[in-house]
Design a protein around this ligand. Structure first.
Ligand code: NAD
Length: 378
């Protein structure tokens, strides 16, 4: 790094497998791994042995105060994201936070307050937004090829009962609460496609509870679905299910409908593929096109952003289909004022709040209003 473009000193808090997977990506994206914090001393020793950073802490605030940081990457359990982000923002340390942004409306408000007052950047690490097909669809939508968008569907259907035993916080915050508790992987891409819109109202229902954990305790629910109305009158349907027995070949799935085009992603498994219909391209109305084929055509390269047109070596190596690198690369460019923040604090709230409101709506029969964080007086 040159003096005019010095390396960003970043720390990681939460040195699990997920957290550690960011370390190589951070180095490739030009960061200096200044510190790692984890309150589990064995995890910390493991990182130290692998010489992953300059310094190691078991106390988060001590790390923020001593490690001379520009930025922190928060990869702790969900309930700590907002409090830890708030502590960093109060010290003008840039934050990239794992999803979801917060686990309650109170936490959201405190986080927004800290972000507004801070000189530092807050960005949420919703990696699904950088998936190649998500960005390609966004390119087509922006070029007008979908016409007017009016419906979208997202689902995160992933049997993680086994993971809840390894990470007990998931048993509390994800499968211990009714409603769609982990919705940003679905909401993120949909709101990126509808980037002139946000969710205004939510109603929610679930299918009851048909599974028990190894202690015989029932999970709060199996499938939850919320319906969302947007400010522009569009309809969105989000399904969350973390416990149903079924093959989870591809756990994030999406559908998008416009007046001139529609898209349905694959669920994986025999014969299934991502498919698209565009009035301008498909010869007739019954003619689905294979999305992968369309994306590989030279004439359609223009709809992909640069990071996907010419993916770097680091991007092709990175986990979650390259998006773990893309997330950190975007964050560095935001800090350096090279690009606009793709998931700033209000955008993070737009992705997080509908799920939190669905947790209230599921116990009644009513549509509930979803607050707009831009209107919060703080
Ligand atoms: N975006 C994705 O695709 C994706 C995938 C997996 C996990 N995640 C997110 O990443 C985060 C971590 O998930 P995980 O499965 O690795 O969890 P985990 O429980 O395996 O790891 C969390 C780590 O944080 C440490 N920790 C917990 N509280 C702490 C605190 N207050 N201070 C310091 N260290 C603390 C724990 O000791 C542990 O090492 C979660 O928010 C999860 O939702 C995102």
């Amino acid at each position: 790094m040159s003096d005019s473009n010095p390396s960003i000193r970043i720390a990681l808090v939460g040195a699990s497998g997920r957290g550690q997977s960011f370390v190589d990506n951070a180095r490739s994206a030009g960061y200096t791994m200044a510190a790692i914090c984890d309150w589990n001393k064995e995890r910390l020793a493991e990182c130290q042995q692998k010489e992953m950073a300059e310094s190691y802490y078991d106390n988060y605030e001590q790390m923020l105060d001593q490690a001379k940081l520009d930025a922190v990457l928060i990869s702790t359990p969900m309930q700590f994201h907002a409090p830890q982000a708030t502590l960093a923002l109060q010290r003008d340390i840039h934050v990239i936070s794992e999803v979801t942004a917060a686990v309650s409306i109170d936490q959201c408000q405190e986080l927004v307050r800290a972000a507004r007052k801070s000189k530092a950047v807050y960005m949420m690490a919703e990696n699904c937004n950088y998936l190649r097909f998500v960005q390609f669809i966004k390119g087509l939508v922006t070029a007008g090829l979908f016409g007017e968008l009016y419906y979208a569907q997202g689902a995160y259907v992933h049997d993680v009962k086994w993971l809840m035993e390894l990470t007990p916080w998931r048993r509390i915050w994800q499968s211990g609460v009714r409603g769609v508790t982990y919705s940003t992987h679905s909401m993120g891409p949909i709101l990126a496609w509808m980037d002139d819109d946000r969710v205004r109202q939510v109603c929610c229902a679930d299918s009851g509870s048909h599974y028990k954990d190894p202690r015989g305790e029932p999970y709060a629910c199996d499938t939850s679905v919320f319906l969302a109305r947007t400010v522009k009158g569009r309809l969105i349907q989000i399904r969350g299910d973390l416990v149903s027995d079924r093959p989870s070949l591809r756990f994030n799935t999406y559908q998008l409908q416009g007046t001139d085009g529609c898209f349905e992603s694959s669920r994986g498994g025999p014969g299934d593929q991502d498919k698209i219909w565009l009035r301008e391209i498909s010869r007739n109305r019954d003619n689905w096109l294979d999305l992968e084929t369309l994306m590989s055509l030279k004439a359609f390269e223009q709809y992909l952003p640069d990071i996907w047109r010419n993916p770097s070596e680091a991007m092709t190596r990175a986990g979650h289909d390259g998006t773990d690198y893309a997330t950190l690369d975007r964050f560095a460019r935001v800090i350096r004022n090279e690009i606009a923040n793709p998931i700033d604090i209000d955008c993070a709230m737009d992705m997080t709040l509908p799920g939190l409101i669905s947790q209230q709506a599921v116990s009644g029969d009513q549509w509930l209003e979803v607050p707009d964080s831009r209107q919060w007086t703080i």
